[in-house]
Design a protein around this ligand. Structure first.
Ligand code: NFS
Length: 669
């Protein structure tokens, strides 16, 4: 086979590859010395056949490339079947990743409830009662650990369930539940639907694109209304439901004179314990004995979001920053578990003193140090890992940490419970003020901006362009995942960013006390967006279902299969989702039409790929305005509002500035 030839014509400067100046600074230092994903994205051209969903490699008669005049594979599979199969398998992999994370959380809760762990406890008893309510478990008057155990067992039961429906489907609007049943896509067990995608897409099974895509939706819903929603709920139970807090962001959060530990990956069980261990007096003393002034913790990817939302631990960056954190030369240990971890970390680390530590039996990397994390001895495992990092501190060479920019402060920690609380208080919280503001046109619509970085587009550029344009035009934005970290890096999660919002949006945000860009968590916390949208639909005044709302989902820089799963479950839930990259099914106009228009006709939501970001933004407004019109709402007029609200936002900030707590609705903390 000929070697992949680098495209000689492509010459890119760091500033073409990322708009993050800290990232560009480290990239310049790496030039000619350390190879990164940014370099490989230039030297490796994406395969045009795979990129369009035109390659079928599901049996050994192929791989068949359905390009040019070839319209069928050796077995006769059509372009539509092949594109649908490829898409289905990607969604199944994404749903499996999120759901396996949820399963891990359920096992952790079970271990806590049985008293088999040291280090963990239940931090949010109110959430235990709420989740018991969703699951139909009696909780009143019972010992909390008994209820927690039943929740964990019920959650685990959702994975192996063979018939019936996922319990959490009941959290959707009645109209949505009815539609799912009518269209026969209500998922049964989590594992069953994912396995069934794999079966149906095996050679010679399901050959009907629409039928394959229906199973794709079932599998995706086991993510959004299954594994992810369980993961969010159980994480809140064990580690606390987030409330607003302040933090910093970007590579500049690494410290010159402290032991820097970066937690990277997704599941929060280990990182929670690392947070605790990093303040352990014994370990702080140990760090001092090695010449360090302390232990500094930072995060990458969604682990960063988990520990940011609950502890204010600063994210050092999003997906494309992972190699560069090591390339600062200032990281003693990067601790990883599962998902979105580049294999190249181990290679980058060979140029520096950093130890890359893998911790999950599911994810090992050649060249990394494996220290398997045992949740039954969680705190001890965390301490052992922190100790390895401390021992590595004296090995640090000349480090170059890019300086923090002044606009890197952020506010995060907006759970749906807190957003409800902000609109009326502990006993009278609702989504009424938000709905009224949308109905009146102060807020034009709602958008979720979520997902990854992708080395094929300049890091963060599409995300910040989209968010800026949306809030300027009075669209309230919620963010999760690497898009949230991206937004934070440019000051978009600062209260001052309110000045860039349209007058109507600003007025509402000030009155309710939320920023115009609301960080609701990690990627599994997209389930919080499902809850927020359902609350809006249930509150009244904006129709009866998510599909009636003037709301859209946007994934500007998608990279992972999880993003396709998220897009699919949002579509099934009635949201229209735009991805800012080329379509992975473009080889089949039939499949493009099915997921965009076919799903939209049946479910009121769909998926569209639009790599032209200006065009994507225009489509967002068209969609939102069409929904407003269908609801009979006032036409959006940017000039109509402009009075200031009662500045609850400022009061909240004052409380935070004085070191005060906003933990108001949770009884156990
Ligand atoms: Ni979501 Fe989070 Fe980031 Fe993308 Fe990866 S970390 S689960 S997949 S890259 S947002």
């Amino acid at each position: 086979m000929p070697e992949e030839k680098p495209d000689k014509k492509v010459e890119k400067k760091p500033t073409d590859m990322s708009i993050d100046t800290a990232v560009c600074e480290v990239l310049s230092n790496c030039e000619g010395v350390v190879e990164t994903a940014f370099d490989r994205a230039i030297s490796i051209r994406p395969c045009p056949i795979g990129a369009e969903g035109a390659c079928c490699k599901h049996c050994a008669m192929g791989p068949c490339r359905l390009v040019a005049k070839t319209t069928r594979g050796v077995c006769g599979a059509t372009r539509a079947t092949v594109a649908a199969r490829n898409f289905a398998r990607a969604v199944a992999a994404g749903a499996a990743a999120h759901s396996d994370h949820g399963r891990g959380m359920a096992f952790a809760l079970l271990a806590v409830a049985k008293g088999e762990t040291e280090g963990f406890r239940i931090r949010d008893e109110a959430k235990v009662h709420a989740v018991a309510g969703y699951m139909g478990i009696k909780s009143e008057g019972r010992p909390i650990m008994d209820v927690a155990r039943e929740i964990a067992e019920t959650a685990l039961g959702e994975f192996g369930k063979q018939t019936g429906e996922l319990i959490y489907l009941k959290r959707a609007t009645p109209a949505r539940q009815e539609l799912w049943r009518k269209e026969k896509i209500a998922p049964r067990g989590i594992d069953r639907e994912v396995v069934e995608v794999m079966h149906r897409t095996h050679m010679g099974v399901d050959q009907d694109a629409e039928n394959i895509l229906d199973q794709t939706l079932r599998a995706s819903m086991t993510d959004g209304w299954g594994g992810s929603m369980l993961a969010t709920d159980i994480t809140d139970i064990l580690f606390g439901t987030p409330t607003p807090l302040q933090s910093q962001v970007n590579l500049g959060v690494l410290k010159d004179d402290e032991v820097n530990l970066v937690v990277h990956g997704h599941e929060p069980t280990l990182s929670e314990m690392i947070v605790a261990a990093s303040t352990d007096p014994e370990l702080l003393e140990y760090a001092k004995s090695k010449g360090a002034n302390g232990i500094n913790l930072a995060g990458i990817c969604c682990t960063a979001n988990e520990v940011l939302m609950r502890h204010g631990i600063p994210p050092a960056g999003n997906f494309l920053s992972q190699e560069l954190a090591i390339a600062t030369g200032a990281v003693e240990a990067m601790i990883v578990d599962v998902q979105c971890i580049m294999q190249s970390l181990a290679e980058v680390a060979t140029h520096f003193h950093t130890k890359v530590i893998t911790t999950s039996p599911k994810a090992k990397i050649e060249g990394a140090t494996h220290m398997e994390y045992d949740e039954h001895h969680a705190y001890q495992s965390a301490k052992d890992i922190v100790r390895v990092a401390i021992d590595n501190y004296p090995n640090r060479g000349a480090a170059k940490i890019p300086g923090p920019k002044p606009d890197e402060a952020l506010i995060a920690g907006f759970s749906h419970e807190y957003i409800r609380y902000m609109q009326g208080g502990l006993y009278r919280g609702s989504f009424r003020p938000l709905n009224d503001a949308v109905a009146a046109g102060r807020i034009r619509g709602l958008a979720g901006v979520v997902g990854c970085n992708n080395a094929r587009v300049a890091q963060d550029a599409p995300t910040v362009q989209i968010i800026r344009e949306l809030i300027k035009n009075d669209v309230l934005v919620v963010v999760t995942g690497c898009a949230a970290t991206g937004a934070a890096k440019y000051g978009y999660l600062q209260p001052e960013f309110m000045d860039h919002a349209g007058a109507g949006l600003r007025e509402v945000c000030e009155a309710i006390g939320i920023p115009p860009v609301v960080h609701v968590g990690s990627c599994v916390d997209n389930s919080r967006i499902l809850t927020i949208l359902t609350e809006c639909a249930t509150e009244g005044g904006l129709g009866d279902d998510i599909s009636d709302l003037p709301a859209v989902g946007i994934c500007p820089e998608y990279m992972s299969e999880k993003a396709l799963s998220i897009g699919s479950y949002f579509a099934a839930s009635g949201a229209y989702v735009l991805f800012g990259l080329p379509s992975p099914v473009s080889n089949s106009p039939e499949v493009v039409d099915l997921i965009q228009n076919g799903w939209n006709a049946r479910f009121g939501g769909g998926i569209e790929f639009e790599p032209d970001i200006d065009a994507l933004i225009a489509k967002v407004f068209t969609r939102i305005d069409a929904k407003r019109e269908a609801l009979g709402l006032a036409e959006y007029d940017a000039a109509r509002f402009g009075e200031s609200g009662d500045r609850q936002m400022e009061e909240m900030l004052e409380t935070l500035d004085k070191g005060g707590s906003l933990n108001v609705y949770s009884v156990s903390r």
